[in-house]
Write a protein that binds this ligand. Structure first.
Ligand SMILES: [Zn+2]
Length: 330
């Protein structure tokens, strides 16, 4: 996982690695999921960095900061209030497979109903010195950026920056911007080989903008999907909707509890989502009496959350209470 900038005393031998690879937090691909013949960096971008130990919870003061639950507070802000989520659909989202208008519709409905859902409320156990995360999010709007060009970390940032500077999306430092790429698009810093998504932040149009990359994980089903047909799949073998919903939950949970990469993470640099990566807890199977699509029903796809009249398969999240644990709900 990426380690936030400037928090650790670094061995000089690792300084170059650190300078080039420490400004975002990534969701690793599934362990044991790399096809034969491919090589995966085992622990994600930046994990090779050797860090010195730091005092635990040196800044843990104030009523909203509760520690001692396996994840540490480092003094930075969390995202409080209702967090609007904006989506930039990048690539070709009027294409084939799961790169479709249906996927856009289901994902936007998912975001619109994610606020105050059982999984999202787990984030309300995190706070800073002025208050706690609410657990509420909203759908703030979306745009389509049609392109056939792969993304880099630099062009990802400019894609977000251009949307804001051009007035296509609001300039909101209290919001979270997702760039969702179609499955023909690569993010060349390691999508599908090192991570399934990541979040970070940058100063754009004068604001501290929090943003995340999530690719259509049908690009690498073995690395970034728990099942190739999910409860919301439009067709058997098209798991992109549910796979992306899962990665988005991971990144949203982390961005809200650690937006500037200086708030909540453990001694290994793992944020709350990382601590439960691809850990789904108890699951149910789609059946003909449920909310799943016909494709999901036909394969008895697994799910573990229901809200907004849909079933979802979302990883658990780390609760910052009761000693800490991966949970499906508080
Ligand atoms: Zn993560």
């Amino acid at each position: 996982m990426k380690h936030p900038r400037g928090r650790y005393r670094l061995l000089s031998a690792f300084l170059f690695v650190t300078l080039t690879a420490n400004f975002l937090m990534a969701q690793k691909v599934r362990e044991g999921s790399v096809p034969e013949g491919q090589q995966m960096v085992p622990t994600g971008k930046g994990d090779a960095i050797t860090v010195a130990a730091e005092p635990a919870d040196a800044n843990a003061v104030g009523q909203a900061v509760v520690t001692g639950n396996g994840i540490n507070y480092h003094g930075g802000p969390v995202m409080k209030g209702t967090v609007p989520i904006f989506i930039i659909w990048y690539g070709n989202w009027n294409g084939t497979g799961s790169n479709t208008a249906n996927t856009r519709s289901v994902i936007e409905h998912y975001v619109a109903t994610l606020g105050n859902s059982a999984p999202m409320l787990i984030d309300s156990t995190y706070g800073d010195n002025t208050g706690n995360v609410s657990g509420n999010v909203s759908f703030g709007g979306s745009i389509i950026v049609s392109s056939s060009t792969n993304l880099t970390d630099t062009s990802l940032r400019s894609t977000v920056g251009n949307a804001i500077a051009g007035g296509k999306l609001p300039n909101n430092p209290n919001g979270l911007y997702f760039v969702l790429s179609s499955s023909n698009i690569n993010e060349t810093s390691g999508f599908c080989t090192q991570y399934c998504g990541f979040h970070t932040h940058a100063t754009l149009s004068g604001s501290d903008i929090k943003y995340a990359f999530v690719g259509n994980v049908d690009r690498c089903q073995s690395g970034c999907e728990i099942q190739t047909t999910g409860p919301n799949s439009a067709a058997v073998g098209q798991g992109g909707i549910d796979g992306m919903a899962n990665v988005m939950f991971h990144e949203a949970s982390e961005a809200i509890s650690d937006p500037d990469l200086n708030a909540w993470f453990d001694t290994s640099g793992q944020e709350n989502g990382d601590k439960c990566n691809f850990n789904f807890g108890a699951t149910s199977n789609c059946n003909s009496n449920g909310l799943c699509t016909s494709a999901g029903t036909s394969t008895k796809a697994r799910f573990n959350q229901t809200f907004g009249s849909h079933d979802y398969m979302l990883q658990q999240n780390w609760e910052n209470k009761n000693g800490g644990a991966c949970v499906l709900h508080l």
